[in-house]
Design a protein around this ligand. Structure first.
Ligand SMILES: [Zn+2]
Length: 157
């Protein structure tokens, strides 16, 4: 298994309830291991999560991380003897999928960042949804404009 001959780089900052290191990028909450992965490997493929070879949630070492699907994540954890964390618990924003009005909203700054950084077919909506803690539909709406223009105007820049 790649990466296992090198020691973990364990995040020493804040961790979330699942034990993953958390930090902020441009003042946005983001899981530290995702940043570690992106710095080393670039953005994960569409629909992929950033997973640990070393099964050590606070580890942020790029070569201990790999992109995989939710199913692969479950299989990986099962193989390592860890029961999968319920989807609804780890991905509440996915549960909201299809809901006409997700409760979470993006602020003006997030919308600006989204519109600046979004690259169709390169940077998936899901990446921003997870980064901002909102539903993918919310990200989609923000990209398409609509009510978000009002938010931007109110807050100014
Ligand atoms: Zn590690």
């Amino acid at each position: 298994m790649p990466g296992m001959t090198t020691p973990c780089h364990v995040w020493t900052g804040a961790c979330d309830k699942d034990g993953y290191g958390v930090t902020s990028v441009n003042r946005k909450y983001v899981r530290a291991h995702v940043v570690g992965f992106i710095l080393e490997n670039g953005l994960p493929d569409d629909g992929h999560q950033v997973l640990h070879h070393c099964d050590n949630p606070p580890c942020v070492r790029g070569n201990h991380l790999f992109g995989g699907t939710q199913l692969e994540n479950h299989q990986d954890k099962a193989r390592k003897g860890r029961s999968p964390v319920p989807w609804a618990k780890t991905h509440p924003e996915q549960v909201l999928r299809g809901d006409a009005h997700p409760s979470s909203k993006l602020n003006a700054e997030q919308v600006q960042e989204l519109r600046r950084d979004y690259i169709p077919r390169k940077v998936p909506l899901r990446y921003f949804a997870e980064k901002f803690g909102v539903a993918e539909t919310t990200v989609h709406w923000a990209l398409r404009g609509g009510t978000w223009k009002e938010t931007v105007a109110i807050h100014g820049d």
